[in-house]
Design a binder for this molecule. Structure first.
Ligand code: MIG
Length: 767
């Protein structure tokens, strides 16, 4: 292909004429009125509507289209808009809440949001032939984060990134910006003031931090401009604001946090059985095993191939009894076939996406000619959701949604852009709707699973949109068994977390290409400390289950997977924190150390919560590495040696260790290591890492790990308070709540001090 040759740099292809044609600025407020808690301005092209979703969040909706475009905003949480005071000067119309002041220039329609800590300035809105543009002033010396699932480095300043959910089988190189997920939100960070912008538009959007250093250019290809401005002032505030608008991450069932094993595909019952018995034989715990496309009868979703899995009706429930969850893949494409009840039922119920001429949209995917459910309709979401009873009857509690960009085997890789989504009676084209398709599919699946099982659902999705954290975990698609992709996992998942999507992880070991023993082990070590931990691999590639490379590697892989379970109380605590506050589980150092410029573009270290620093090994044959420790004292988890922060240190990293550091003065809750996933936690181990003086507190949570009963108080909370003084370390344990944990004892281990440990135990675990 010519594009893939030197032809691509032919000088004639690079003309200077890159100017936009017929650009019209949105301007001149002619009239305006306040209705309830919103203000509507009439301008040269349509209207601008301003409201405050909360006193610290401004939503600006510019409708420049002739049609009455009702934006499909089902990913936005309901809120009651905040009240504001309205006034007018010669130049501006001023809207003031208890927190911020919003001024709109009556001539230029540029706005200015002032807060105590800093301002967010607009350079105006423009309509082009292709769509619309919003310009926001850049801050001096800013760093740009967020933007969802992107390859490349943590800091996106200097890049131009496009959002269009895309199935990318080709290697994920740093210059590719369209991947599976689109989370059109970003943060502009400086140590003094951080703001965020979320451009709520489900068509293609482009975020340009490259072409003009002094402004951010936000382009929309279709639809209207619906912009949320988060006024911070800190990064954590912006994340709280974004997850107020798009929803806090949901709390998954505990088994979803364990180790998961997948392969395209475990293709029959024998193979599945042998995988299960290998886990048992090697004493490697596993919570879930995935069934990829070969489990189906001719790729028909909601079926099993009875030749490959003759006893699936009895075998799958039996696996569940043994603590192994089966997670089958479900793609959106429904085979067009007269004999297939799902297709017939879908046609009868008018559930599939249609072309403007009312014919069915048909695309080529695994089953051949396929119809695609129209998830923009509530009734279709319910219909699709109910179909999952087929799986839940078999004891299945988790579903893997793939190909939901949606991916179609054709040049454009997706549906016809003209296809019309009914959008509950307010039709919009696929071009306008595209990035929401996968989100809606996984949302429908999640809601149905919860209804059918009465348990917290687990959905894994490849495609998604802002707000997907309410329903699903996200894996980062078809990566490769390259060391570079191991390294890329860190900034990619960090930026997902900074976009509200905290439950994410890559295919551990790499999907395409053959993995190598050392790469797999290093990836498993990182995976142990990632929010989502699944080993997955493509058909045709060498096997990469944790035991395949011989004793030396198996031993280390087992050690780490068992460690995942040992660290479960700590991990669970982070998931609960995420549900409460929207803070990511996996955090870039800059989130905690905003005044330390060394953390602003750190790509090979991260925190889990506040107190654990992980510095993975991401290159072959490396047996030590430099680690930057931020301010404070840090304890090497493996050696218990104390290091002073604010500098780089050289750390040993033999093959059997990943560098881990614990912040001084922290309480890390662990439990016993496990050989099998469904072994109960018999002991709660509180590792207390000393500091000179002061008090630290933490709460450890226990509930059934499965249902939402914790929301009605069926949760045990262990409040731990540790007071460090010159002679003693006083630990106080208080228990509260209606749930009874399985631990038979609580053990406190004190690290890094010879002082006396005194425990006041008010818990009375009376097992
Ligand atoms: O076109 O179901 O990303 O995880 O194994 C490939 C087969 C379809 C892509 C997914 C991958 C999965 C594979 N799927």
């Amino acid at each position: 292909m010519l594009e893939n040759s030197s032809f691509s740099v032919k000088p004639e292809l690079f003309s200077e004429e890159n100017q936009l044609l017929n650009v019209v600025q949105i301007q001149q407020v002619t009239t305006y009125s306040k209705e309830k808690n919103k203000c509507i301005f009439t301008v040269n092209k349509g209207t601008i509507q301003v409201e405050f979703s909360r006193a610290d969040i401004v939503r600006i909706t510019v409708n420049h289209l002739d049609k009455n475009f009702t934006h499909h905003n089902s990913s936005i949480e309901n809120y009651e808009a905040a009240d504001f005071k309205l006034s007018e000067t010669d130049i501006h119309i001023v809207l003031k809440t208890s927190e911020i002041e919003f001024k709109l220039d009556k001539q230029t329609c540029q706005f200015n949001v002032s807060t105590v800590k800093g301002d967010v300035l607009s350079n105006g809105f423009y309509v082009t032939e292709e769509g619309a543009i919003s310009l926001i002033s850049a801050q001096n010396s800013e760093f740009i984060y967020g933007l969802g699932e992107k390859s490349g480095w943590l800091n996106k300043k200097g890049e131009r990134l496009s959002m269009w959910n895309t199935d990318v089988f080709a290697p994920h190189t740093p210059d590719l910006s369209e991947l599976y997920e689109s989370i059109p939100t970003y943060l502009s960070f400086t140590p003094n003031f951080t703001f965020g912008c979320f451009l709520n538009n489900t068509g293609r959007t482009i975020f340009d931090f490259k072409n003009r250093q002094d402004e951010h250019r936000l382009e929309t290809e279709t639809g209207i401009i619906d912009l949320f401005v988060y006024t911070g002032p800190s990064m954590k505030n912006v994340l709280e604001q974004h997850t107020f608008i798009t929803g806090r991450p949901y709390l998954p069932p505990k088994w979803a946090l364990g180790y998961h094993q997948s392969r395209h595909s475990y293709q029959n019952e024998e193979e599945l059985k042998s995988i299960v018995s290998s886990f048992e034989e090697f004493e490697i715990p596993v919570d879930a095993i995935y069934l990829d496309i070969l489990y189906m009868d001719g790729y028909r979703v909601f079926t099993f191939d009875k030749e490959r899995f003759p006893n699936y009706e009895t075998y799958l429930p039996e696996l569940l009894e043994r603590g192994i969850h089966i997670v089958p893949i479900v793609d959106p494409g429904v085979k067009v076939a007269g004999q297939y009840d799902v297709f017939i039922d879908g046609v009868v119920k008018d559930s599939f996406t249609k072309m403007p001429d009312k014919s069915l949209y048909i695309g080529d995917v695994w089953p051949g000619k396929s119809a695609l459910p129209d998830f923009s309709q509530s009734k279709v979401c319910e219909w699709w959701g109910d179909l999952h009873e087929f799986y839940t009857k078999l004891g299945i509690k988790g579903i893997w949604n793939d190909m939901n960009e949606p991916a179609i085997f054709n040049e454009s890789k997706t549906m016809d852009l003209e296809a019309l989504h009914d959008n509950d009676g307010n039709p919009i084209s696929h071009k306008e709707y595209h990035n929401l398709y996968g989100y809606q599919m996984s949302k429908a699946t999640s809601i149905a699973l919860e209804k059918l099982t009465n348990e917290r659902p687990f959905v894994l999705t490849r495609a998604g949109y802002a707000g997907i954290q309410k329903y699903a975990a996200v894996w980062t698609g078809d990566n490769r068994s390259f060391w570079e992709h191991l390294a890329m996992t860190v900034p990619m998942c960090l930026n997902l977390g900074l976009s509200g999507v905290t439950f994410s992880g890559p295919d551990v070991g790499g999907f395409m290409n053959d993995t190598e023993p050392e790469l797999l082990t290093r990836w498993i070590q990182m995976g142990t400390f990632l929010p989502y931990f699944r080993n997955h691999c493509s058909i045709g590639m060498d096997r990469q289950e944790p035991w395949v490379f011989g004793d030396e590697y198996t031993k280390i892989n087992r050690e780490f997977i068992q460690m995942r379970y040992e660290w479960m109380p700590f991990l669970y605590q982070q998931f609960i924190e995420a549900e409460k506050s929207g803070m990511p589980i996996m955090r870039p150092l800059v989130l905690e150390y905003a005044n330390d410029s060394r953390t602003y573009d750190l790509n090979d270290e991260y925190l889990i919560g506040e107190n654990l620093l992980v510095a993975p090994i991401v290159s072959r044959s490396v047996r030590s590495r430099s680690v930057y420790l931020p301010e404070g004292n840090w304890i090497n988890y493996w050696t218990n040696k104390l290091f002073e922060g604010g500098k780089d240190i050289l750390v040993e990293a033999p093959l059997h260790q990943i560098p881990l550091f614990i912040r001084e003065g922290s309480i890390i809750p662990l439990t016993n290591k496990k050989k099998k996933a469904n072994q109960v936690d018999e002991e709660l181990i509180l590792n207390v890492y000393s500091k000179d003086e002061g008090t630290v507190n933490t709460i450890i949570y226990e509930d059934d790990g499965i249902t939402t009963n914790y929301k009605n108080g069926e949760r045990f909370e262990l409040h731990v308070s540790v007071d460090f003084n010159l002679e003693n370390v006083n630990v106080r344990l208080d228990g509260m709540g209606d749930f009874k944990p399985s631990w038979k004892k609580v053990t406190v281990n004190l690290h890094g001090t010879e002082r006396n440990l005194l425990i006041e135990d008010n818990v009375q675990i009376e097992n």
